[in-house]
Write a protein that binds this ligand. Structure first.
Ligand SMILES: Nc1ncnc2c1ncn2[C@@H]1O[C@H](COP(=O)(O)OP(=O)(O)OP(=O)(O)O)[C@@H](O)[C@H]1O
Ligand SMILES: [Mg+2]
Length: 261
């Protein structure tokens, strides 16, 4: 474990050489649901905070926010309370671990008004202010290519597209990339291939997506890494424990640690 932490810290020290790593507000995205966005971003946040990075994770999945459930924390207030002018954004911050703060969503509590551009602009103006207190702000989003979701993504510094290796997921990733680029212009996009049998499967799926975007959208993507499939992921979510803590020595945790962006 000490060896792994040291390696992660060495990787992070080399950040200035990596253009992606300097981005502060980072979101995960996917075409269809269930690719592993929340699993990834939560564990990535936890691993970064464990080596001393100050992390804020914001659950902006306006349909089915569930970071609170995954952390086994009952959240009294969520982002909807800010959007309805009941509280300031910084009043929603909950410290879940040292260096690791979360702003929870509002799953099932109310229909969030994160549908209009002005609301998203207002939210991100406040997120940017809050970001001054952190090394990274990580944003979990809902799946899909609807306008409010794409606009939310467009407001972040960096997007990590989470896909699975099957062809339909690759196509969904392509569709999201195409719509995002056509609405908001081309930008560097990172891709994580989750639920793979092995590194080779991740490489092939990324290659297929990259071939399509290079050919049709004239843009190359960046392969941030591959995460294997493991039944322990489901177990950790079912038992409401953090995978990165419960399975800290696992191959999957090492794969997530390798992804510094
Ligand atoms: N590497 C993995 N191996 C096995 N199962 C996984 C892996 N990653 C995620 N899962 C499983 O996939 C399901 C969806 O994961 P998760 O909720 O993180 O996806 P999501 O992209 O956030 O979904 P949504 O779009 O609905 O928010 C969960 O049941 C989780 O256990
Ligand atoms: Mg999710």
């Amino acid at each position: 474990m000490i060896g792994q932490a040291k390696r992660l810290s060495e990787l992070i020290k080399s950040e200035p050489h990596n253009s992606v790593a300097t981005n502060k507000i980072i979101a995960v995205a996917s075409g269809k649901g269930g690719t592993g966005k929340s699993f990834f971003i939560l564990n990535y946040a936890s691993l970064l905070s464990s080596i001393g990075k100050r992390i804020l994770l914001i659950d902006l999945d306006s349909n089915l926010a569930n970071i609170d459930v995954m952390l086994n924390i009952t959240s009294e207030k969520g982002i909807g309370d800010f959007l309805q002018n009941r509280v300031l954004l910084n009043e929603l911050v909950t410290e879940v671990r040292p260096n690791f703060d979360v702003i929870f969503g509002d799953s099932g509590k109310l229909k969030l008004p994160i549908k209009r551009k002005e609301i998203i602009d207002y939210l991100f103006a406040n997120i940017k202010k809050l970001a001054q207190n952190y090394d990274k702000v990580l944003v979990d989003t809902g799946a899909g290519v609807q306008t409010d979701n794409l606009y939310t993504l467009s407001k972040t510094d960096y997007i990590a597209l989470v896909i699975n290796p099957d062809p339909t997921s690759v196509m969904d990733g392509y569709a999201l990339t195409k719509l995002l680029f056509s609405e908001y212009g081309k930008r560097e996009l990172g891709v994580i291939v989750n639920k793979c049998d092995d590194a080779e499967e991740g490489k092939i799926a990324f290659g297929n997506l990259n071939t399509a975007t290079s050919h049709f959208l004239k843009t190359k993507l960046k392969h941030l890494g591959t995460i294997n499939y493991s039944s322990n992921v489901y177990k950790s979510i079912k038992n409401q424990v953090l995978f990165s803590e419960e399975y800290s020595e696992s191959n999957l945790v090492n794969q997530i640690k390798e992804m510094i962006f």
